[in-house]
Design a protein around this ligand. Structure first.
Ligand code: B12
Ligand code: SF4
Length: 502
């Protein structure tokens, strides 16, 4: 049998990304002889896109994104998907979703109305992994894949094409005449096999590489050099993945060097001007691998690169090889909070504020650009503690810092805590990192949390003499819109360091 597969990515933002899952699923399906098409919601206008909100609030420098990517009217979205379905008539609709995107998917499917003939609908990604009951509960969904898809998708498709029984494919939850068959998860794919197939990037055009960054538009490539994170933060989905995969093999896997080199070369051929590494903790890889990578990258590639890592992994001997490449590097670290109580009692981080001071000092001393991620609205957090975060960030002298409003993702220990303490019911909508918080009964009201985030860039960058004016904007932005714009303009003019890539 031949099969037509429609890959669907219900992106919640207007920023073009190339979900690696799409490239992986497509390669496998094409290798098995399937006809594959791709539909995504990215370039349809939508409310509440986080990167745009961060530009409005002075955390990201405004780029000419509207010029770079023409957005289609939101009303066309369901119509265009319907047309694609009617024209392509897929046998399988394969959807990749994080939590927020699952809600987009449900809304979209409702807007579509009945589908004849209905394709076999299978969902995979973070949300089906951490919240399988909610996903399989959707009447439109036939199956879901928990955890990694490389081997499960291949086995599912092979059986589908051969019209064999699908009910016991490992990793899959699948609806059968006898109810939902919940199959166990197979062992993790070992690192020497995980990246063996090159990804199919054929669906991604210029818009997907378009990255508004630091006031300019770049052609940005995305790359995975390792998978999995060794830490267990209480607010992170990674903790749920690790629980799911307990006893099923090595969780943190390192991409073999030769394979990584080929993947980077491909990005360069596709015109990348900078590379964003998707790894959650780039510097946790063994030192000799890092040194080997830096020697090669510094000599052969030299494109600006952006990595994320934990402050604990920042050590002089790991930053030195990066700096020695002589190519611009940006390192982003999760700070989360400047309050020791929140950091230790709520986030269960073992790191201290002094450790983070040291980490960012090392980054700065080596002339590397730094980004710090913080959160506000964590359970039990007070206004004083939120300001401890603000003052901590001021002290660190970061190049970029963004603040996100805490949302308790399914599968995380902090969500269980919030439900136990009745801060949430567990039935709230998934929100974006810049939306008002969902937690009830907190020392700070939802408005206060929301308002502080909107002026975070001003509180963290402008001299303290401006605090009374910033507070006016914080408490009543609607009536101080002009002052707010002036302060943001002042901040960019006098107190912002652009990344000089020329
Ligand atoms: C890189 C990254 C980003 C990048 C790129 C995202 C992208 N869409 O490509 C950027 C910076 C844009 C980003 C943004 C956001 N991210 Co992010 N991101 C990641 C990160 C670090 C890696 C993702 C990745 O590429 N993994 C590698 C790929 C191959 O894995 P995968 O997508 O899971 O796919 C595998 C399986 O899930 C499965 N699979 C996936 N889909 C399907 C479909 C089918 C049919 C099948 C069979 C299998 C299958 O097979 C794949 C291969 O094994 C993850 C952390 C993580 N460990 O997942 C967070 C993560 C996914 N992000 C997260 C969040 C919250 C966000 C934001 C919502 C934050 C925000 N509010 O701004 C936004 C969402 C906006 C958006 N458009 O995506 C959370 C999601 C939590 C949740 N429960 O939903 C994660 C898990 C981080 C965390 N630790 O909490 N992100
Ligand atoms: S270090 Fe980052 S990816 Fe790893 S568990 Fe903590 S928050 Fe999640």
């Amino acid at each position: 049998m031949k099969a037509r597969v429609l890959l669907l990515y219900p992106n919640s933002t207007n920023d073009g990304v190339m979900p690696l899952a799409v490239g992986i699923l497509s390669t496998i399906a094409k290798d098995l002889g399937c006809e594959v098409e791709y539909f995504e919601t990215t370039f349809y206008q939508k409310e509440g896109s986080v990167p745009e909100e961060r530009e409005r609030t002075g955390e990201f420098k405004v780029s000419d994104r509207e010029h770079a990517v023409q957005l289609l009217p939101h009303e066309h979205l369901a119509r265009d998907l319907r047309q694609t379905l009617d024209r392509f008539r897929p046998d399988i609709l394969a959807v990749t979703v994080n939590s927020i995107e699952f809600e987009q998917f449900e809304t979209l499917i409702q807007a579509l109305g009945p589908m004849e003939p209905k394709p076999f609908v299978i969902l995979g990604g973070v949300h089906p992994t951490v919240a399988p009951d909610a996903v399989i509960g959707n009447p439109f969904v036939d199956a879901l894949c928990r955890g990694e898809g490389e081997a499960a998708w291949e086995e599912f498709l092979t059986r589908f094409l051969n019209q064999q029984d699908l009910s016991d494919v490992q990793n899959l939850w699948i609806k059968t005449a006898d109810g939902v068959q919940k199959n166990p998860i197979r062992p993790l794919v070992p690192e020497d096999q995980l990246w063996r197939r090159p990804l199919d990037f054929s669906f991604f055009d210029e818009r997907h590489f378009t990255a508004p960054f630091d006031g300019r538009i770049y052609h940005r490539g995305q790359i995975e050099s390792s998978r999995g994170c060794p830490f267990d933060c209480t607010y992170c989905a990674n903790t749920a993945f690790k629980r799911t995969y307990k006893g099923l093999g090595k969780f943190v896997r390192l991409r073999p060097f030769a394979n990584l080199v080929e993947a980077i070369k491909k990005q360069v051929e596709m015109g990348a001007e900078m590379l964003q590494f998707q790894d959650e903790c780039f510097l946790s890889i063994p030192l000799h691998h890092l040194q080997e990578f830096c020697r090669w990258y510094g000599a052969e590639v030299q494109l600006p690169m952006m990595v994320q890592t934990r402050p604990e992994s920042v050590k002089e001997n790991r930053i030195e090889p990066l700096a020695a490449m002589g190519t611009p590097v940006q390192i982003s670290c999760g700070i989360e909070s400047g309050s020791e109580r929140i950091l230790h009692d709520i986030c269960k981080r073992r790191t201290t504020l002094d450790d983070m001071r040291e980490a960012f000092k090392i980054i700065r001393d080596f002339g590397i650009r730094s980004t710090g991620y913080t959160m506000i609205g964590l359970p039990t957090e007070t206004r004083e503690e939120a300001f401890e975060t603000i003052f901590f960030v001021r002290e660190l002298d970061l190049d970029i810092s963004i603040m996100s409003i805490f949302y308790p993702f399914v599968g995380t220990p902090l969500r269980d805590f919030c439900i136990r303490e009745e801060y949430i019911t567990g039935h709230e909508k998934v929100t974006n990192f810049t939306d008002p918080p969902i937690l009830k009964h907190q020392p700070m009201s939802p408005e206060e949390v929301y308002n502080i985030r909107r002026v975070y860039s001003l509180y963290t960058r402008l001299p303290e003499a401006y605090f009374p004016k910033i507070e006016l904007c914080e408490r009543d932005l609607e009536n101080h819109a002009e002052l707010y714009e002036d302060l943001i303009a002042l901040m960019y003019r006098e107190y912002y360091r652009s990344w000089d890539l020329d």
